[in-house]
Design a protein around this ligand. Structure first.
Ligand SMILES: Nc1nc2c(ncn2[C@@H]2O[C@H](COP(=O)(O)OP(=O)(O)OP(=O)(O)O)[C@@H](O)[C@H]2O)c(=O)[nH]1
Length: 208
């Protein structure tokens, strides 16, 4: 297996959703003295040189420094994370991109580094934990772009359909055993969709 140089992977944060269920931009909710997206970027900065924020409203994220803002590639009335995914991978300076959502405050650098060390010639490296894929905590090669485009063009916006239905893509999974071995809990995948989930997370880390 060829070991991937960390500098040859970009980080991509998807921050162009509607936050309909939250009722306000969830990336800008605060945990302690920082917004959630600031926490996400701060964690990513320990590992990645290039950090791309995919959003059509960069001004609301002006507190983020040393990141590159890019707008979504497709004009779409519907907000879909797969569109941000396509854009981030397309725009990345490197062939590989580690892609996350803007609302994951407990990203774990040990797991991220493990993933970087364990992608070889695969097109995708994705955690598959408790029977669920984690498509917004995965590494993608630019070789995926054509297949992602096929999904978008057919109005199938389910990123997980990339993993099982494209014979041309080599997909490697990170399973539960690896988390156990690294002594990491699945809270690193936790995100927040509703205000109650935000409150629960604040309680969990003692900010309430
Ligand atoms: N760039 C970009 N990011 C998106 C888009 N749609 C969703 N995202 C991001 O993808 C991640 C997961 O999004 P969801 O939580 O499923 O959707 P959401 O629109 O943020 O929230 P809901 O409206 O409540 O579904 C979040 O980080 C979103 O900001 C999009 O059209 N473009």
């Amino acid at each position: 297996m060829i070991k991937m140089d960390k500098k040859r992977i970009s980080a991509v944060v998807l921050a162009g959703g509607n936050s309909t269920r939250m009722g306000q931009n969830k990336a800008l909710l605060e945990l302690g003295s920082k917004t959630i997206i600031e926490r996400v970027v701060e964690i990513l900065k320990t590992t990645f040189e290039e950090i791309i924020i995919v959003t059509n409203t960069p001004k609301v994220y002006s507190m983020l420094k040393d990141v590159r803002f890019v707008p979504d590639c497709f004009e779409s009335r519907e907000k879909k994370s797969i569109i941000g995914l396509y854009t981030g991978i397309f725009e990345a300076e490197n062939n590989y991109a580690f892609v996350v959502a803007c609302d994951m405050p407990f990203l774990n650098t040990d797991l991220i580094n493990y993933m970087i060390d364990n992608i070889g010639d695969e097109d995708i490296l994705v955690p598959y934990i408790n029977g669920y894929y984690q498509p917004l905590h995965a590494i993608y090669n630019k070789s995926c772009l054509r297949s992602i485009r096929t999904l978008i063009d057919s109005k199938n916006y389910k990123i997980i359909d990339l993993f099982d239905y494209f014979d041309n893509l080599k997909v490697k999974k990170i399973n539960d055993e690896i988390l156990d071995r690294l002594n990491i809990t699945d809270s690193c995948f936790l995100n927040m969709n509703t205000y109650q989930e935000y409150i629960n997370i604040k309680q969990y880390i003692g900010f309430l």
